[in-house]
Ligand binder design. Sequence first.
Ligand SMILES: C[S@@+](CC[C@H](N)C(=O)[O-])C[C@H]1O[C@@H](n2cnc3c(N)ncnc32)[C@H](O)[C@@H]1O
Length: 476
Amino acid sequence: MSPGAAPATPRQRKSQLGQFMTPPSVAEFMASLFSLPDGAAIRILDAGAGQGALTASFIERTNSRHRMRATAFEFDEQILAELRTNLADIRTRTCAECELVEGDFIEHAVNRICLGKGERYTHAILNPPYKKIGSDSRHRGLLRAVGLETVNLYTGFVGLALELLERGGELVAIIPRSFCNGPYYQPFRRFVLRRAAIRHIHLFDARNKAFKEDGVLQENIIIKMVRGGEQGAVTVSTSTDGRFADYEAIQRDFARIVFPGDPDQFIHIPTGDDDQILERASFGHSLADLGLTVSTGPVVDFRLRDDLRADPERGTVPLLYPGHFSTGGLQWPKQGFKKPNAIRETPATRTWLYPNGFYAVVRRFSSKEERRRIVANVIDPARLPSGMIGIENHLNVFHAKRQPIPEVLAHGLACYLNATAVDTYFRRFNGHTQVNATDLRAMRYPSREALIALGQWAKDHAVIAQDEIDARVHSL
Ligand SMILES: C[S@@+](CC[C@H](N)C(=O)[O-])C[C@H]1O[C@@H](n2cnc3c(N)ncnc32)[C@H](O)[C@@H]1O
């Protein structure tokens, strides 16, 4: 803490340490996912044990036929006293041995792995801390030493716990879904999928419900993996919240979880009610097949503040924000708009501008309440009196090497992206409300001809009802 700074509130402190405790019903569910062969000696790891809720639930599930040894790692002084008491209580109530390692799990685990010494576990149960780790931090360096390149403590904990399991050992963790997609977690996905088989994924399909008290904004999943296991079908289950009252489970082929040949190894979570049309071969085209690229809007407004203008004036060109698009299409300039309508065209800003023309754009951010995460629109050059235009960073733009695309293709693409089936497919691998260019690159598309045919139909309608879009896309 810097001199004079106010001490962190309990909530801030919790967030700094990534401390969100598992509710008892969720802990019980997690413990129920393990297989416990009769008579086997069990060595369970609880990394980032907090008050010991997960160890307690696990031991509750075992019985006297199991020889049990639990190892809990925790480093927070303020929580250790309670953890010591809880572990002592478990020891007296059961015949389990409980060991507490007071220190940094990452450091201990990396040392153990590098030296090839120390205990290997039969089971690991974790709710690891969620905290970004900087590229030059000590934790990042330690994780790198065992071949794990990752950006968050939670993936570091899961990777190390897997590494500390014996062959056939099982891991159950409650973690955010963010590792399922995106480039930053790709090395982690590779690390995990090389070492383990995924057996079960549970999805909470309402944000915050699993940790209502703590208001965690991440969408969480529970994942079960088996070290060195043979990958077969995966159980995908859902419930609205930690009460599991509406629990449903379904078996999915692994090829529908991680697509064969996907270099990014995105992890999809296909639940029972999703639309499978995008899995048809006719939707198997990449953007490269279509001759298109998608990029984040290049104008980062705060970097070009001096060049922004509230209203168009001589020497400026239109600057487009998500707010310029509505169901009625592109509206520019917007009177009383909170954002600038224009950007100066200068030799310096020109590198960030695109030639005016047709493009499809997708908002990068939506709110949880919005029905669809993917919201696409068309830039219609006739509404923009200019040779060049600025596309702001909160939009993704589909282009052809920074040049406009044909009008019908722009309409076809926007119409396709607005289909419910596309949105559902997207939600399977992306749990956030953010839609990044990498996600759009990873989508499946129909052929260019099919998009053009769709665009021919769509371009003559100012507003199209959702079920009409869905019916058209289904018939492609
Ligand atoms: C998300 S909480 C979960 C606590 C508990 N497992 C549960 O499920 O209720 C993560 C815990 O990891 C601890 N932690 C964070 N970084 C750690 C580290 N590097 N080594 C050991 N424990 C750590 C935090 O203090 C916190 O108690």
